[in-house]
Design a protein around this ligand. Sequence first.
Ligand code: SAH
Length: 495
Amino acid sequence: MLRRLANSQALSNGFYRTIPSLLNLPSSLHFLNRHFSSPETQNNSTSSFHEDNSENPNDANEQPSQPSTKLSINRSGLCNPPEHTHEPSSDSELVKHLKGIIKFRGGPISVAEYMEEVLTNPKAGFYMNRDVFGSGGDFITSPEVSQMFGEMIGVWAMCLWEQMGQPDKVNLVELGPGRGTLMADLLRGASKFEKFTKSLHVHMVECSPTLQKLQYKTLKCEDEDVSASNGDKRTVSMFSGVPVSWHTSLEQVPSGLPTIIIGHEFFDALPIHQFQKASRGWSEKMVDVADDSSFRFVLSPQPTPAILSLMKRYKWASKDEIANLEQIEVCPQGMELTQTIAKRIGTDGGGALIIDYGLNGIVSDSLQAIRKHKFVDILDNPGSADLSAYVDFASIRHSAEEASEDVSIYGPISQSQFLGLLGINFRVEALMQNCTDEQADLLRSGYWRLVGEGEAPFWEGPDDQTPIGMGTRYLAMTIVNKKQGAPAPFNESQD
Ligand code: SAH
């Protein structure tokens, strides 16, 4: 997401001269890539080229950052005015709710519980009621930067499907699909490969009703009557007529079919526990309410249940890794989700792709809050800013290995390597041959953001809009059924 830098570039205008030649041209995937779906099709698509072409849906119903909680009551029909009034409170619904939990419990809550409420509280969670993506939102993600991202994930999924022996029926699952842009680009890009698209049933795992609706639109879905007599409906995407279903957890996705799972920037949104070294050992960091009624961090004086996850994580760490640590983050939900994925892939066949920013080892202190493309205090006005943490890829590997003997884990490799080996260079060149100057500029900056490292050397525009490459900050890992062997492009990587 470009979320890591909270960068504020919106649309990149002209100013580019050359495409940087970052990567060696890939070999085996050249064919697939060239035939992936013609540049012409892309030009006609509403989602073409992206680089945040959002219509800024937040603008229409912008929420004040401190919603007023004063009630407006028509008292004209009352005989007696109320005898006492209450002090108006500027606390948002979510702040009141969090304070209520802390009060009810008689003590602080874990950072994980705070994060979970802030992001996914059904009434007021950050993701639940609005579109938070793009230049008009709070942060921007790779699928929103360029259509090439979803297309390359499509190449990966098709290669895996080939390796699986081209099964007739496959569940294609996306965890936390945001606006649905990645899936739309994947399906549109793959539309020429009918045997592949015909095998698919898409399952979107999304907790936010607002984002579910947005995904329905992005995938150009329609409801079809399947049986006139009992009124049953099924939802179909106009991209290749693929059936689409929504769920709020992976467990709800029907099992029994080979499955391809994609999780882009999903694990970083899962709640983490934070521990800090104290004189008595590791203490969990908690969120409490201070005397002035603001939130504050405190350390738990007693061991907390999450210590079990910390012990588990410790077991997987080398002595060197933990020798000088003062803080540790652990993500039990990430571990459990990985186990569910590994068991599913081990039993049903297929594979999962996880792309996120993170480390291939213990994460110490990475939790961050971003509002309107700027870093803000984690405890400030909860629910109005995104919270996310680095993903511990080593923990994912160990959790998967522990959960199933029938899976292999490859990576992490950098996003730059992943996209480069899948042939993004061919894709950008093909798209460049048939586009306007403006689109060419969007493609160049989008390409740099996906695979480059640091500031784009070719940028000649305003400094504060320099595209920042995220190719090495983001990592890709795959969990596949052992039967299939190493999947592309992990079979080619040197890692
Ligand atoms: N993959 C998208 C969006 C990433 S943001 C992209 O790259 O653009 C995280 C997404 O996960 C959002 O769609 C959010 O609503 C969803 N999400 C977060 N926590 C979730 C949970 N516990 N269960 C289901 N969906 C969740």
